[in-house]
Structure formats: C-alpha cells, structure tokens
Design a protein around this ligand. Structure first.
Ligand code: MN
Ligand code: MN
Length: 469
C-alpha cells in the first residue's frame, strides 16, 4: 500500500495552531550533541572545584583571568571589548564585557547564585559524648534533614586564627582523605522514629557530624577524644578551639559529579542548584568578544537564605559595581538600569513521575525539554514573585527561536503545593526588566541532585543568545 503523506485538514490545523511540545533530542541543531558533551565535561569540573561559594569564586576568577578579564579599577575609562570583574569579599563575583553601545542603552545581565544547601558548623561546634567526638551543625538553606544522614561528607571552609591569618580547609575531597558522616538510627530500633513526621525524623540538633573516636593520653583524663581531634587540627592548621568562633566551616557531600544512566544523559552531583546556571552564565560571558550590548554576569551568594547580607543579591555591592562601570562612560546608573535586561538564572523543579501528585503536568518542566522560562515564581497566589511581562517573555522566546535554543515554559508544581523564589525580585526592584529561567532539577536541595545534560547545555546556549542578541 502506498504511504499517504497528505495531511488531513485537522492535522494541518493542529500543526499550525497547537503548541508544539516535543523532546529536545528531536529538536537539536547541527553540532549541538558534540558541543553538549564538551560543555558538560567542563561543567562537571566546575562542580568538583567549587563546592562552596568561596571555592566557586576562586575557580571562576581563574577561568576569567585565563579569558583575559582583570579587576575593575574605579574611575578608569572603559572601552568596547574591555573585560573586567570584581570579587565581592571572596564569596560573590561580578563580571562584565563592555559592549559597543553606551551603557545608557543598557546591559544584558545573567544573575545566578553559587551558594547551596549544606550543614554549616556552629561557632562552638566541637564536643565529646560517650567517647565519640562530634561537630554541631546549623543547616543552611531548605533541606529535608533526614537526607543528610549516612552519606559521606567533606569539610570545607576557612578559619581565621587569633593572629588574623586565614587558613583554608578542604578535607575529604582528595583520594585517601578521611571523610565524615552524620548517623541515623538502625531500622531495628526505629519504632518510635517511624511514627514521626518528615521534619522530626531527624532533628536539626541530631545533625551532628562525626569527627573521631580515638582517645589521647592517660585513662584518667576527660574529653580525651575531643582533645585528640583538637590536637590534629592544631597540628594541621595551627588552630585552637577558640578559633572555631571565627571560622566558616561547612560539611558538604563528598561525592564527585558523575554521569547518571546507562546512556549518560544525566549529571548527578551536589550543589547543582544553582551552580548549573552559574556555569552557564559564566561560560557564555567568558566567550564574548566585543558584544553590541555590555554583558554582565553575577554569581551571588546567600540566595538560599534570602539574598541578604553584603554578598547577597540585595547588597549594594552590585549597584556599586554597575555605577563604577557607568562612571567610566559618564552615564547615570538609573538610565543604565531602566534599559537593562536580566535573566535571573536559577533552577526549577523537573517533573518527577515518581511523585506525580505534586505536579500540574500541563505546566511542568521536563528533563530534556530544554532551558525552562518561568514567567513567575512565588508561593500560593504568586506571593513573592517577580512576574515578567508578556512583552518580556515575547522578546526572549523570539531570541531563543532565532538561535535554535530548545526551551520550555513552566512553573514549579501544583499551585497550592508550595513554591519558591529567586534573585529576580531584587533585580526587578532596581528597575531592571527581569525574567526567570534555568535548568529543571530532580531531587532539588538533596545532597545529590540530577539534571539533564541537554537542559544544562541549552541554558548556556540561551545565555549566549541573549548576550549576543
Ligand atoms: Mn536556586
Ligand atoms: Mn535553592
């Protein structure tokens, strides 16, 4: 029988009128597959090098300097093609590539965050109980506490010693390093625990990191295990117990970024929220030569706890950086802001077939359907959202279409199920047109999060298209 290639009238109309939602693998452009592979290898290295905001800044500065960026000097005259950055106290980073158009015609900003949920050590962390030494923690960001037990952890951070010297700590990442863990109760004795609700199965005060068990010295002494731990820390870092007071130490998952799935289509790692979008914005900016419009990339700290503090997106550090750029061209900051555009690049929830009841399938993001625009975020009735205008969504989708960016549009989950926010509102507050977009994540905020490689790559491609549009 001869194949009938003629479409019925209904089929023709469907093709012309229906929203076309198909898997991104069926929509890739020439060269995308190969570029995606190379891109994701670089991204996995970024994840392993930067497990804290400080480490992310250090690594990003290294990449930026290799790409010709230099620290911005206040008062200098900036010319098209100039590549500058400002390191905000080692925890946040702002970079810019000066465009041909004056800053009075605005900038394109990619804003992402480099802090991730983790277990921060309390300021007085170390104690011994029943001849076991532990560190007390205060969790950072929104976590399901039970997920942080019985996994290998590494200890990262800095200690500022009495003499003002800062020492860096990174234990549990190199081969042969010891690692750490938080315990959980054996199922045999979990009769009472099993009746508790999620937040109480493991409480915040039970998130104590095991540090050691070998006593020091004579039997008649007390706290011999704690003493042995302090002795090791003193030997390695020159620190005493009081130095914990001026330390920022954090326990993070010790696992490295890996390919997941027989087909290797997915990346599993700690801290992909929001280093996945941070890397996309950073890499796209580092590859800019002399764009028409000035490109800016912000890697912010403290997003997971409200973007507060001097290194968060609400800090004037960003305004100071931008006004220093503007001053170099004699442009008022406000006229730069009102003509600028910001992509608040942050992750969204990917539809999880195992927990389908939490999602509204018609407005969910899917793995491999590309970078996900969220017109708005927020909680219950869009509370706390920066709702991008229809005009802004229209502009972005036009740019994506012209540049063969595979994209989708979604919101987090069922309307009254929960919600979230990003730095978008703080950029919009500055009178900057802002839209949310980013990578869909499965198991978001868990110690081990997963993303689809196609979506990671498309977020980079999207950012590149916006920078060069
Ligand atoms: Mn995020
Ligand atoms: Mn988050």
């Amino acid at each position: 029988m001869e194949e009938n290639k003629e479409l019925t009238l209904a089929q023709q109309k469907k093709k012309a009128l229906f929203l076309n939602r198909t898997n991104g693998y069926d929509r890739l452009a020439q060269g995308d597959l190969e570029a995606m592979h190379t891109y994701c290898e670089g991204y996995k290295t970024f994840l392993d090098e930067g497990k804290t905001e400080r480490e992310c800044v250090d690594y990003a500065v290294k990449l930026a300097e290799a790409a010709g960026f230099r620290p911005l000097v206040r008062g200098e005259t900036l010319r098209p093609g100039d590549k500058v950055y400002r390191n905000n106290r080692g925890k946040a980073l702002m970079l810019a590539v000066i465009g041909k158009k004056p800053l009075s015609e605005g900038t394109v900003i990619g804003a992402a965050h480099i802090d991730s949920p983790r277990l921060d050590l309390k300021q007085n962390p170390l104690y011994e109980e029943r001849e076991l030494a532990y560190a007390k923690t205060h969790y950072y960001g929104g976590i399901k506490k039970y997920q942080w037990t019985t996994i290998p952890l590494a200890l990262h951070g800095v200690v500022v010693l009495q003499d003002g010297k800062t020492v860096s700590v990174r234990i549990g990442e190199d081969p042969g390093d010891p690692q750490f863990t938080v315990g959980d109760l054996l199922p045999h004795l979990a009769g009472d625990q099993a009746k508790k609700t999620m937040g109480a199965i493991v409480t915040a005060e039970q998130l104590n990191v095991f540090l050691g068990s070998r006593p020091f010295g004579e039997e008649k002494e007390s706290d011999r295990v704690k003493l042995a731990i302090l002795d090791l820390l003193h030997e390695k870092y020159g620190m005493v117990e009081e130095d914990f007071l001026s330390a920022e130490l954090m326990a993070v998952p010790a696992v490295k970024a890996v390919d997941i799935g027989l087909d290797r289509s997915v990346i599993g790692a700690y801290g992909q929220d929001d280093r996945v979008c941070s890397y996309a914005c950073l890499k796209a900016l580092l590859e800019l030569e002399t764009p028409e419009t000035t490109g800016v990339c912000v890697l912010a700290d403290k997003e997971e706890i409200g973007s507060l503090g001097v290194t968060g997106m609400q800090s004037a550090a960003f305004d100071t950086f931008m006004s220093d750029l503007c001053q170099g061209q004699g442009v008022p900051l406000k006229s730069c802001y009102e003509t600028s555009f910001c992509l608040s690049a942050d992750v969204t929830a990917a539809y999880d077939p195992n927990f389908a009841e939490a999602y509204e399938v018609r407005n969910s993001a899917f793995f491999n359907y590309g970078v996900c625009i969220s017109k708005y975020t927020g909680v219950r009735g869009k509370s706390g959202a920066s709702d991008a205008s229809a005009e802004l969504v229209g502009k972005v989708r036009r740019i994506f279409a012209e540049n063969q960016v595979v994209w989708q549009l979604a919101e987090l989950g069922k309307t009254d199920q929960g919600g979230g926010g990003t730095v978008a509102c703080y950029m919009a507050n500055r009178n900057i047109d802002t839209i949310d977009a980013g990578v869909p994540v499965l198991s978001m905020h868990a110690p081990f999060e997963t993303t689809a490689k196609l979506d990671c790559y498309m977020t980079y491609k999207a950012m590149k298209a916006l920078y060069t549009a």
